[in-house]
Design a protein around this ligand. Structure first.
Ligand code: NOJ
Length: 537
């Protein structure tokens, strides 16, 4: 079934805000919602049209808010529900839609439902979570079970850390030896589904424009082909299409063809599931993706191989065409190191040229637009190795990099200690900055329909071990060609004479890029770490 997609997604560029670290308006050391409202003009000048806000609800913050204790209430450290409502409205006035982070798979152990569920006496929440029948039952191989917590004679299934008990959506495959593995249509799982829908309606009614959905594929257990999980999302999508046709669902799934056919508008390519995405700019022998034997495509050595990405991406694109979008991200709150670590400014600009001319929906993680770097830091709120990518936004060279007027020891996380740390204020003034390049590229994306999310994509030149990488985008007769050279050496290629009829017109290319007609076709030469966008006919 092909479902309709809101038209605003055609041109959407998203920005991810980690609320703890964006802007602190009340000098308590932690970012907040009024702080985001103050910075809306910045987002507007950047040109983004959507924001994904990490969880901002009441929580004990053992996993930075992915352990929700009250889905209906903004955590006091970020402000009030009214502040959030104000943010929705103020952002919309500037053409920016705010999406919340929905955590449907698990709650905190501090959630009122779980406090009831762990009681020995049966009550309406007994089956809201997944409990086995006896504390002495040994855990099942594929399920993480916590034993010895609470009054109840049983262990509970968790989704992530021990304090994140899985909500009960039932099991696709039940087991007569374990009757506690309830079918999806049992009363407990049915009630959970209704509760999640109620939560979504609450925020959509208040003005939210949709949700990024945490661990979207995790809901129904023993669901190897994710069919039952997909049915749930299909039900939600159809309801949203009827009731909130402009609202959008984005999944943390990492499998676009599955997520989009389940009902999501957009799915991310992500480190844990997408080696092709990792091969773009996350292979560099450091951090989580330690792999000394291979190189990122965006590496000045020129040893990268775009084919690794294309082998994964092209089938996704083919199978999701006309139904939803793939999100290519610069990074997120789970990815360390940040994109800019170990990269030159010119390489950052080239990466943005790629991300902002590809199909689907680009996502910029706060700070990546100025090339903020991460560093190793002690864990904060369950961040562990992810913590370094969550430090305060660097606004200026004022105290605490302009993030907060609190004393520096009160800050949620320390600001970068690099004396050359990039800031918005300094990059704002510099026409050659990464920030101004991102702004210019977003403008180009908005100007050309051939760069729309669903405009066609075709590889024009991509050879393992060779450069550049060249692709075409087109829509309604408008055609663009994009060519990228990540290596520190100049490169040349002879493109087929059939690709276009007359000399391409420069939309955006460095002066040293050259196009010449030669006997066998068109010869393109690109200087070190550079790329161009051309109009072709
Ligand atoms: C994915 C989130 O992005 C991550 O930060 C969180 O820890 C887990 N899901 C658990 O909710």
């Amino acid at each position: 079934m092909v479902r309709k997609t809101p038209s605003w997604l055609e041109k959407a560029v998203f920005y991810q805000i980690y609320p703890q670290s964006f802007y602190d308006s009340n000098a308590d050391g932690i970012g907040d919602i009024p702080g985001i409202i103050e910075k809306l003009s910045y987002l507007e000048t950047l040109g983004v049209t959507g924001v994904w806000l990490n969880p901002c609800f009441v929580s004990p913050f053992q996993d930075a808010g992915y352990d929700v204790a009250d889905y209906y209430k903004v955590a006091p450290r970020y402000g009030t529900n009214d502040d959030l409502k104000h943010l929705f409205a103020a952002a919309k006035e500037r053409g920016i839609r705010i999406l919340l982070d929905l955590v449907p798979g698990h709650t905190s152990v501090e959630h009122a439902w779980f406090k009831e569920s762990q009681k020995q006496t049966p009550n309406p929440y007994t089956d809201t979570y997944i409990w086995n029948n006896s504390i002495w039952d040994m855990p099942q191989d594929d399920l993480q079970v916590v034993r010895g917590y609470g009054e109840r004679d049983g262990g509970y299934v968790t989704n992530f850390f021990w304090f994140q008990p899985a909500l009960n959506y039932g099991f696709a495959q039940t087991d007569p030896n374990h009757p506690w593995m309830q079918p999806v249509n049992a009363p407990g799982p049915q009630r959970v589904r209704e509760e999640i829908k109620k939560i979504m309606a609450f925020w959509l009614d208040m003005g939210a424009s949709g949700f990024r959905v945490d661990m979207a594929d995790s809901l129904v257990k023993r669901d190897p082909h994710k069919q039952e999980t997909a049915k749930f999302w299909g039900w939600i999508r159809d309801w949203m299409a009827d009731t909130y046709p402009e609202a959008v669902l984005i999944s943390e799934w990492g499998s676009p063809e599955k997520a989009i056919s389940a009902g999501f508008h957009i799915d991310f390519m992500l480190g844990f599931n997408n080696p092709g995405w990792v091969s773009l700019f996350r292979k560099r022998g450091v951090g989580r993706w330690r792999d000394p034997y291979s190189w990122s495509f965006f590496d000045e050595s020129g040893h990268g191989d775009i084919q690794q990405f294309l082998d994964e991406y092209l089938p996704y694109l083919d199978r999701t065409k006309g139904q939803g979008y793939i999100a290519l991200i610069t990074g997120n709150h789970d990815e360390t190191p940040r994109l800019a670590n170990g990269r030159s400014d010119r390489m950052m600009k080239l990466i943005y040229l790629f991300l902002l001319t590809m199909p689907g929906t680009p996502f910029i993680y706060y700070g990546d637009e100025i090339g903020m770097k991460s560093r190793d830091l002690p864990s904060k709120e369950g961040g562990y190795t992810r913590t370094g990518a969550r430090t305060p936004m660097q606004w200026s060279d004022e105290e605490n990099a302009g993030f907060s007027h609190a004393t520096s020891d009160m800050l949620y996380l320390p600001v970068s200690d690099d004396p050359n740390r990039p800031t918005v204020a300094e990059q704002d003034k510099d026409p050659e900055s990464i920030l101004n390049r991102v702004r210019a590229l977003i403008k180009i994306r908005r100007l050309y329909k051939a760069l729309d999310a669903e405009a066609d994509f075709e590889v024009a030149y991509a050879e393992s071990g060779k450069l550049p990488f060249v692709y075409r985008r087109s829509k309604d007769g408008q055609k663009l060609m994009i060519a990228l050279n990540p290596s520190a050496q100049s490169v040349s290629v002879i493109l087929s004479p059939n690709l276009f009829d007359s000399l391409p017109e420069v939309v955006d290319a460095p002066k040293n890029a050259e196009f010449n007609r030669v006997q066998k076709g068109w010869k393109l030469t690109l200087g070190p770490v550079s790329g161009g966008v051309y109009k072709i006919s």
